[in-house]
Ligand binder design. Structure first.
Ligand code: ASP
Length: 421
């Protein structure tokens, strides 16, 4: 916990120093110190190594964690009704979250006014937007290794789903394989931690290069991006969750937030749904009145596959990055983003920073430059904290609704004041 907070502080220091150094650099006279040594030298080297390290993890991370996620669904079929309701809520709420993010971001236009096209040597290959039929057709890979080598995310997801479903259907016989996937998953997560350790330097270099190249102009769009993400997170909590609690569960939504606040604050400070899980379970059972049998199933599943807050960040980021690179998004791209971000949410592990890595997959699915992540990585840690609080709230709201409909819920506990703990 202490270490995590100090990483956050270091990243923020990297961000602020990067911005200051970048702005100062932009005022240096043109010449080899500014252009060769700093912008195309140190900043470029450190920044691109950091981005490469993130990209390196995308394919194994998505593939392995999706296989693990799908095999967790094996229990769902067994749990039948509860599983079906939980999955439906998780998938629908995530799709609503991302659609909301796309719509609001399109209105606010956080990226307008910042032109990053001068930062890319060659323009991203966006050409003619692909038709939906072509996109759908290409989801099924002919060759799994080619799909991975090309980094074709939709194909990789398809493969992962197929492997996960087949492994689940194989039952006991597939246990050794799934154990290997689980253990590989742990290793990949550790790699994320290692790479995050270098984040302050990466962030410093990336932000410095951004500000040195585009100067002060970069500041306003970044602030607009942050505000847009926070706004949509708030909207999702207040409109979608509250309406769901009131409409579907006939429950007082204000009571929910009063009850659930302790877990939200732990989610916020750890930026990790998984790390918060014990607190989430405890809070949902003891303060919200959900039975153990429901909470112990829906919450771990939610911490693994349901990330509404992350999907919101990804939706806003897609619009932001498309705008700064001056790329128009078609209806087909929006639909692809809704699909891939919902799947990305399943593949995003509940630990800090992973949402930014799976964002690479969402960007790639519609041919947006992954380098755009460099722009937002500096402020991501703060947004990560906020979106994690939303991620776990989504899990809790779903759990409450499922428990209520299954009569595994104690209204008296939910409505009591809970002042004793
Ligand atoms: N930190 C998020 C969580 O644990 C995941 C992410 O968006 O990076 O829920």
């Amino acid at each position: 916990m202490h270490k995590k907070n100090s990483l956050t502080i270091h990243i923020l220091i990297g961000l602020v120093l990067g911005a200051l150094v970048g702005i100062a650099t932009s005022y240096l006279p043109e010449g080899s110190l500014r252009d060769v040594w700093l912008i195309e030298g140190i900043f470029e080297l450190v920044g691109s190594m950091f981005i490469n390290a993130i990209k390196l993890l995308v394919i194994p991370l998505v593939f392995i964690s999706l296989v693990c996620g799908v095999s967790a669904l094996g229990d769902i079929t067994r749990l039948g009704r509860i599983g079906g309701k939980t999955m439906a809520f998780y998938l629908i709420s995530t799709s609503i979250a991302i659609a909301l993010a796309l719509i609001v971001a399109q209105q606010i236009k956080p990226g307008s006014g910042l032109d990053m096209t001068k930062l890319v040597e060659q323009q991203p290959s966006i050409n003619a937007p692909q038709s939906l039929v072509k996109t759908l057709q290409k989801i099924v890979p002919e060759n799994p290794f080619m799909a991975m080598a090309e980094g074709n995310m939709l194909q990789i997801i398809f493969m992962a789903l197929l492997v996960g479903i087949a492994a689940t259907m194989s039952g006991e016989a597939a246990k050794p394989v799934l154990d290997i996937f689980e253990s590989a998953n742990e290793v990949i997560m550790k790699m994320v931690v290692i790479i995050m350790y270098f984040a302050p330097y990466g962030v410093f270099a990336l932000i410095a290069k951004t500000f040195a190249t585009v100067g002060f102009d970069a500041m306003l769009p970044l602030i607009k991006y942050t505000i847009t993400v926070l706004l949509v997170l708030l909207l999702h909590i207040t409109v979608v969750y509250m309406l769901a609690l009131r409409g579907l569960g006939k429950l007082d939504p204000i009571k929910f937030f009063k009850n659930f606040l302790p877990a939200m604050s732990v989610g916020f400070s750890t930026a990790s749904s998984s790390a918060t899980l014990p607190i989430t379970i405890e809070t949902v059972e003891k303060r919200c009145g959900v039975s153990k049998s429901v909470a112990s199933f829906t919450l771990p599943l939610g911490a693994t596959i349901n990330m509404d807050g992350t999907a919101i960040m990804q939706g806003v980021a897609v619009v932001f990055i498309a705008q700064v690179y001056q790329i128009d998004l078609t209806l087909g791209s929006f639909l692809t983003v809704i699909l891939t971000a919902t799947l990305a949410s399943i593949g995003t592990a509940g630990v800090p920073g992973v949402g930014l890595i799976t964002l690479a997959m969402v960007l790639e699915s519609i041919n947006l430059p992954v380098e755009g992540i460099a722009l937002i990585i500096g402020i991501d840690r703060l947004l990560d904290m906020s979106r994690t609080a939303v991620n776990i709230s989504g899990d809790a709201v779903c759990t409450l609704l499922v428990a209520k409909s299954e009569k595994e819920f104690d209204l008296e506990i939910y409505e009591s004041d809970n002042t004793d703990d």
